[in-house]
Design a protein around this ligand. Structure first.
Ligand SMILES: Nc1ncnc2c1ncn2[C@@H]1O[C@H](COP(=O)(O)OP(=O)(O)OP(=O)(O)O)[C@@H](O)[C@H]1O
Ligand SMILES: [Mg+2]
Length: 243
């Protein structure tokens, strides 16, 4: 049976730097996998290749069994994968609802030109991630970091994605905001969403994932349950700084 996401022997070189080194792993239907590793390990570069923002040097990326490695980003979004960014990237002169609308239409320029805005759907998505009525017409400059992360997630939901890639969703958040985002992820998991989650906040990540993949210098150094990976000697040495 094909998996929602399957990466095989992925390699990405930036000049002499090997940012992804023969990396293979998969995410099963409805599962949530954490992708961890020290700064510069290559986590974001994996996301960028899955989305087609960077073309892989070699290897394959499959979505539901279909090779997407040569498809455009909008095509990949249309096939059901979408990501959030480590540093939120909203359109700064658009409101919360307008930003969500762009997410809804991001799978095709044609859709953007021809589709009439679905205000009800936008509001539904905004409320589902926890925006209050009063926030809907705010611009990103008026939002807290927690709200900006919610907006990132809302834009991803709006694409209609079934595989969600979350890059450092907890970075820069207060304890209360982390709890809100975690609750949101749990709810989406119970609704059947498949996740690949990058986070340095292991405490927040632990209850959200079925398994972990740990990478360093672009290579996989461990894979398994949270406890197994945390107990792995290479992970402890390279990532946690303890032997
Ligand atoms: N566009 C690029 N051109 C050249 N090198 C790049 C590019 N993007 C990333 N790199 C390099 O690839 C390596 C992996 O970077 P990446 O951003 O994927 O790491 P990361 O694991 O996401 O790190 P962090 O935890 O700091 O977000 C780093 O050495 C980085 O400098
Ligand atoms: Mg990163």
């Amino acid at each position: 049976m094909s998996h929602p996401l399957e990466i095989t022997n992925l390699v990405k070189r930036f000049g002499g730097l090997v940012a992804t080194n023969d990396l293979s792993f998969h995410v099963e239907q409805g599962q949530s996998v954490g992708l961890i590793g020290p700064n510069g390990a290559g986590k974001t570069t994996v996301f960028a290749q899955i989305m087609g923002e960077h073309r892989q040097t070699s290897g394959t990326i499959k979505l539901y069994g279909k090779d997407i490695g040569n498809k455009t980003t909008p095509e990949r979004i249309r096939l059901g994968v979408s990501r959030t960014y480590q540093v939120p990237r909203p359109f700064s002169d658009m409101t919360v609802l307008e930003n969500i609308r762009v997410g809804q239409m991001s799978s095709s320029i044609w859709k953007m030109i021809t589709t009439r805005p679905n205000h009800e759907r936008e509001e539904e998505i905004a409320h589902s991630v926890g925006f209050a009525e009063a926030d809907l017409h705010k611009t990103p400059g008026e939002l807290s970091m927690g709200d900006l992360r919610k907006l990132e997630m809302a834009r991803t939901i709006a694409t209609g994605t079934s595989v969600m890639l979350l890059d450092e969703v907890f970075a820069g958040l207060t304890v209360a905001e982390i709890a809100q985002i975690a609750t949101l992820i749990q709810k989406m998991r119970s609704d059947g969403m498949t996740f690949l989650i990058v986070s340095h906040d292991l405490k927040a990540l632990e209850p959200l994932v079925d398994s972990l993949v740990a990478i360093n210098y672009g290579s996989k150094i461990a894979e398994g349950s949270f406890a197994e990976v945390m107990g792995n000697a290479s992970v402890r040495e390279s990532y946690l700084g303890v032997v």
